[in-house]
Ligand binder design. Sequence first.
Ligand code: NAG
Length: 399
Amino acid sequence: MTLTRDFIAFLSFTAMVAVYHCKADRPSPPTGLSYRWLDSFTVNISWQKPSRVLDGEVEYKISLMKNGTESSNWKTKSRYFRVNCLTEDIGSDHCTIHISSVIGGGDSEKESVPVPINIHTLKPRVEVKDIRCLVSFSLKGINCSWIRGNQPVKLFYRGCGLTEGQIKPLQCNETYSTATRDGCYLQDEFFLNICLLMDTKDGMRTFMPALEILPPELRVKEEGDNLQLSWTPPETGLRSCWEYTVCYKQCKEFKQCLKFSGNENGDEQMKVAYDKRCRYDFQSKVTNTDHCPKIFSSFGDIVTYGTDEPPDETLTVVAIVVPVLLSLCIILSCYCFRKHSSILCPIIPDPSAIFKEMMMNGNKELKPTTGTLYKPMPEPIEPCKITLVTENSSLQENS
Ligand SMILES: *[C@@H]1O[C@H](CO)[C@@H](O)[C@H](O)[C@H]1NC(C)=O
């Protein structure tokens, strides 16, 4: 009897410790997790209440995991949750969601270990190449096209919302084909928060498209020493969201790219110093800053201004003719110099030879060696006629 009583006492003690332990530590996790697809985008996950907690005192934390880390989380008191699981967001064939129970709040909040659930997509992901979706704000329309593959693609769309009324994808019917691409034009009031489904026989692709707009059209005009560029912002209310990039070439050479944030009113403007001898090529694009919906444009058509002046011809003349003339002069003067060198510059006697000769002549008699030495011409000798003069004879005879 005492043994049974002791045993019961022991059991109740352990149970009490266990309960106390649970209350002081983490709550137990939710159980019986399951999911059901509501359409190709949205899945409904449900679970059961963990043991030993009351419905009103427990909350659940739902975490969407991406590559092993939490990418976003939500809290709810219900025992189900709707979430979009898009093939382009997960990079695999399933979404991973962690659900944990949470009790208390603030500093005394306690969370259970998370329970993971892998949600497999309805169809495997298919490759669709170069999807581009051009959005028109004024028409509230999106023109999506892609490179045609082996299988025909059907495009469905709806706003990405999770409420009952929103979960009904519509098929895009305004389809078209060009030489290499297929496309479809769709109109939707949720066009900034739209989910697309590309459905083929073997697979599918679900995603929120990157929305592309047409690049701003540049206008260029001359203003004094500058070129003034202006353009009209894209047709939305989010003017401060835009960031513009303008790149330009000056005289065929890339000069620079400049960035501008959108301003609240008026057209956008920029100035560039204008060298009138150059042609300018401008190109622009626009993107949205980080905290705004992802919208971008590619670079637009090139807008040109001015003409490249042909290189200065007088300079070319100077650069070619002057050296030619100069060398001609030098050649001519060389020629002249050679021809008349005897006049311009007689042979200069070697000073050492003169010295040697002087030394040798100091000992010997000077004897004529060549006929070229100076020979004085014989002077004409007048015969002297001496006549005796008498004292009285006149001097008239000799004069
Ligand atoms: C959609 O884009 C294609 C290809 O650029 C074009 O031919 C078509 O006219 C566009 N549709 C609309 C409604 O803008």
